[in-house]
Design a protein. Structure first.
Length: 225
């Protein structure tokens, strides 16, 4: 029976290939160099770094690589955490979901939704302003799902469907005009022609078009695709 003898060189090669291999590295061989190589390869390897080696620099590298590594940053680094969170949401707005409430602020919310409009889902209702919602649907029309009803104006809904035709399902009935539905259909046509969208168009889009406009919109799509 062969026994694998670990050396720092073997461990370093392993984590350079896949950072999360750090999980299997003996504690005595988790050196600064090995841990740095691990998080540089894969940010989530921070989970397996000994607390004594989790420096601000190492954590920053991990978070920059993968924003969800935030979960493994020590709370003791509170002074540096604010910058970690900004770095994380700049890379992936959805990382806002991992940010503790005490570190959240208006600036962070804007950074998050500008990177990924769907991050609006993780913004507390009391901080959702008309301006923030506009930024969110401008990045991804589907963020309209998380916009409070009082901010769903005809203008905002039009921006949303121009950005993502499928956002039509979140548009209040009163705003589903022929102009708005036409703009939504144009976006859908673009998806079909340019991206080869082939899923359930009826269920995903047509079902949300007002009854008196269905045939017109359906014909418009079929003619152009």
């Amino acid at each position: 029976m062969l026994t694998l003898i670990f050396t720092e060189k073997i461990c370093l090669a392993a984590v350079k290939k896949y950072g999360c291999n750090l999980e299997y590295v003996p504690e005595t061989l988790k050196t600064k160099e090995v841990c740095l190589a691990a998080v540089t390869n894969h940010g989530l390897a921070l989970e397996y770094v000994p607390e004594r080696l989790k420096t601000a620099k190492l954590c920053f590298i991990a978070v920059k690589k993968n924003p969800f590594a935030l979960e493994y940053v020590p709370e003791a680094m509170e002074a540096q955490l604010s910058q970690f969170y900004i770095t994380a949401v700049k890379k992936n707005g959805l990382a806002l979901a991992t940010v503790p409430g005490k570190f959240e602020n208006t600036e962070l919310y804007f950074i998050a939704v500008q990177e990924n409009g769907l991050a609006l889902k993780y913004v507390p209702k009391e901080f959702k302003t008309e301006k923030l919602c506009l930024a969110a649907v401008g990045e991804d029309g589907s963020a309209l799902e998380y916009v409070p009803e009082q901010f769903k104006s005809s203008e905002l809904c039009l921006i949303a469907v121009k950005n993502n035709g499928f956002a039509l399902k979140y548009v209040p009935k009163a705003f589903k005009t022929d102009v708005l539905c036409n703009e939504a259909a144009k976006n859908i046509i673009s998806l079909i022609v340019n991206d080869g969208y082939k899923d359930d168009l009826e269920g995903d889009f047509i079902d949300h078009v007002p009854f008196d406009l269905k045939e017109m919109i359906r014909e418009m799509i079929w003619k152009r695709t």
